[in-house]
Design a protein around this ligand. Structure first.
Ligand code: SER
Length: 310
């Protein structure tokens, strides 16, 4: 069997930082190539890659004889609205190029992170089905939905093994996310420990689906190691864990830090959040490859408070 050599784009981001460590544990440090637009610390091979350059990605694939790609590089929903052309190029054109390169270089598996951002105002808000009306309202959502469709096309036309998850807002303590609409669920933990006060940019009762980082890693690795015949779609699988609003996470943290205070000053991100949904039906992920989250909101809160460094 050919040796597994993994390339991860956007390795310095919120998910990449943690996923790199998990992949290196599995495949060995030297067999996981971290890449990012900016230099980063890496206990294995690292390459500077601007994902908008297909030539550069091809160079790295050839240099290391890459067999699998995790294409994490992306701009998130809120930041994406500030530069829609760049967001389209980073989030979609780069992925279109990577699909073509994967096909050309015989890549055996490709991972594409999708998002709850593919949902839109016409999507059912409660227990959002795997397939529904998805008319995203941000360029981030449009680029991810288009990416999902292209992955499915490559699977059907060329048999490319593309796997994807619609991630909820990701909560973690290692790297603070920037430019997303779900960032409040991370920021509040840092603010709680640092200032004892948080100003939420969303209204108190805006509930969004969330997931804790260890479950992100579990889901990704479980999906990528499932048998190919168990994967019934290359569209992003709906993935649910827990949902929370700014007030709910505030009250949960307050159980441990009773001094914490909060204020609500909704900004432009409120409109994006309002176009997303509250809970998702992830029964396909559960039945296809056995998805099961481990962390509840209260377990996540305890673990975050233990680990957040300010
Ligand atoms: N965390 C992302 C965002 O808020 C959603 O996938 O943009």
């Amino acid at each position: 069997m050919a040796k597994t050599v993994v390339l991860v784009t956007g390795a310095g981001g919120q998910i990449g930082t943690v996923l790199i460590a998990a992949l290196r544990k599995l495949h060995g440090n030297m067999n996981v190539i971290a890449s990012d637009l900016h230099p980063m610390e890496s206990n294995g091979p690292f390459e500077l890659i601007d994902v908008t350059s297909s030539v550069r990605i091809a160079e790295v694939i050839r240099k290391y004889k890459v067999t699998q790609i995790y294409h994490l590089a992306a701009l998130l929903s809120s930041k994406g609205e500030a530069n829609i052309d760049l967001t389209w190029r980073i989030n979609f054109i780069s992925y279109q190029n990577i699909l073509a390169l994967a096909q050309e270089h015989g890549i055996s598996k490709l991972f594409f992170p999708s998002t709850i951002g593919v949902y839109g105002p016409t999507t059912p808000r409660i227990m959002t089905p795997q397939n529904a009306s998805f008319i995203p309202s941000t360029v981030y959502g449009i680029s991810k939905m288009t990416g999902e469709l292209w992955g499915e096309y490559y699977r059907n036309r060329y048999g490319l093994d593309v796997r994807s998850l619609r991630f909820p807002g990701v909560i973690s303590y290692e790297v603070i996310p920037h430019g997303g609409t779900t960032d409040f669920a991370v920021e509040i933990f840092f603010a709680a420990k640092r200032e004892g006060h948080y100003i939420s940019y969303l209204k108190e009762d805006t509930r969004l689906p969330m997931i804790y980082m260890p479950d992100v890693i579990n889901a990704t690795l479980k999906l990528m190691h499932a048998e190919q015949e168990d994967i019934s779609t290359s569209m992003g699988y709906n993935l649910a864990s827990f949902s929370l609003s700014p007030r709910e996470v505030y009250e949960e943290i307050k159980k441990h830090l009773p001094e914490l205070t909060i204020a609500y000053q909704p900004d432009a991100r409120q409109k994006i959040a309002d176009s997303w949904t509250e809970t998702t039906d992830d029964s396909l992920a559960r039945s296809d490859w056995g998805w099961q989250p481990e962390f509840s909101m209260s377990e996540m809160t305890i673990d975050m408070l233990k680990n957040v460094q300010v």
